[in-house]
Design a protein around this ligand. Structure first.
Ligand SMILES: Cc1cc2nc3c(=O)[nH]c(=O)nc-3n(C[C@H](O)[C@H](O)[C@H](O)COP(=O)(O)O)c2cc1C
Length: 382
């Protein structure tokens, strides 16, 4: 039997703050702090508290080459070895079922940058609700709590010699750029016509052309730029009210321009899933369509292997797509939204996505605006 450490492991000296009630009642300082080591191993998808001896033992066993168990035992002791194997932080090369080893293999196969894998896996939400941690305070509340925000724009450089630029000339993109706004009041009775959805999906996520750039290497040409031309972002659709598309979950096929059914939903179920997806942001739930942007990481990491900028590029790609989505929605005369405040784990479960290989990054949506504004929007003054 051979042993090695899991591919990616970060160990955080975590400080937990609490109220020391005894000290409080005796009039002393009321804040108590306790320290512990927290192992953050993305393949496990859970935090694990370990002790200092385990930290040292993990540092003695490498993650690349396999070590004979006897040698590892001589280094850290049999009991220590077993404790770390049981936690899934060390892995054996046995043939029996071992979920930790299997997840580690999935992680290795994607070529994640270790810090990015940890950042992605440990920033996902499950069951987050607006009235739990995801409260959106108003600007008034924020100013009250933090004082005035940093000014919205700054001068930087030689202001005395600044070159005054001519005003922006009107242009054909102005109609969309200047009408775009984040909609937070959707008409719960209105549908999204199929042709509007079709154009939105095709022109945002569809392949406008395919080009073979090397033998065995094809890239898509899309309306948004993408790092390395790789377009790793997949669009997963939650349809609530689109004539011709039954409520449910779909994958949008970028070449066939088709919605591939993944799960049928009753209307109430679809609405409940929408609420969960956007962490209970009720102002988005009535949008007739939501589109989950999930990066197929191995498409990008195939080129940008273990790359410091690769995860950033995935997020930037999603940002570009969401702006294109907004502009197309604006063209159709309807508002759109994008949010990163999403319950990734609920989305993964619904669509059957593995967070190590399909990274849910954001959700956008659109629909006909309701009369009046219950939740704040920043529309251009007419
Ligand atoms: C990355 C990103 C995340 C966002 N997340 C949220 C969100 O969680 N909830 C929300 O209501 N709006 C969200 N928005 C929309 C912004 O609040 C909105 O763009 C901003 O207030 C400016 O308004 P405008 O889009 O109408 O110009 C997000 C926008 C971006 C680009």
């Amino acid at each position: 039997m051979k042993i090695r450490r899991c591919a990616v492991l970060f160990i955080e000296p975590r400080e937990d703050l609490g109220i020391d009630w005894a000290a409080l009642f005796s009039g002393a300082g009321a804040l108590s702090a306790s320290l512990r080591w927290v192992a953050l191993a993305p393949h496990l998808d859970r935090e694990t508290t370990i002790d200092a001896a385990q930290v040292a033992a993990l540092g003695a066993i490498g993650q690349t080459a396999w070590t004979e168990r006897d040698d590892a035992e001589r280094q850290v002791g049999a009991a220590m070895l077993d404790s770390l194997l049981a936690l899934g932080l060390l892995l054996d090369d046995g043939s029996g079922e071992n979920p930790a080893r299997e997840r580690d293999a999935v992680l290795r196969a994607q070529h994640w940058r270790p810090l990015s894998a940890a950042a992605h896996m440990f920033s996902r939400w499950d069951g987050m609700l607006v009235d739990k941690g995801m409260h959106f305070p108003s600007f008034e509340e924020l100013v009250q709590a933090y004082g005035a925000p940093p000014e919205p724009g700054i001068a930087h450089g030689d202001s005395a010699h600044a070159i005054a630029l001519p005003p922006a000339q009107p242009g054909p993109l102005d109609a969309q750029l200047l009408q775009r706004y984040t909609g937070r009041n959707y008409d719960p009775g209105a549908v999204l016509p199929l042709d509007v959805l079709a154009r939105l999906l095709q022109r945002t996520f569809g392949a406008q052309a395919e080009r073979m750039v090397a033998q065995e290497a094809t890239v898509f040409k899309k309306t948004s730029p993408s790092a390395g031309g790789l377009h790793p972002t997949e669009a997963y659709v939650l349809a609530q009210r689109v004539p011709g598309v039954a409520p449910g979950l779909y994958h949008y096929h970028a070449v066939r321009h088709a919605l591939e059914p993944m799960a049928a939903l009753a209307p109430a179920q679809a609405s409940e899933l929408a609420r969960q997806f956007v962490a209970d942001q009720h102002w988005f739930v009535d949008a007739p369509v939501m589109v989950v942007m999930a990066a197929r990481v191995v498409r990008n990491f195939w080129k940008y292997r273990n790359h410091a900028k690769a995860y950033r590029a995935l997020m930037l790609d999603a940002g570009h797509l969401s702006q294109t989505f907004y502009l197309l929605a604006t063209e159709a005369g309807i508002p759109a939204f994008v949010t990163a405040a999403v319950n990734e784990k609920a989305i993964e479960r619904a669509f059957g996505l593995d967070p190590l290989s399909d990274a849910v990054l954001a959700v956008c949506g659109c629909g006909v605006a309701a009369d009046g504004q219950t939740t704040l929007e920043l529309r251009y003054e007419q």
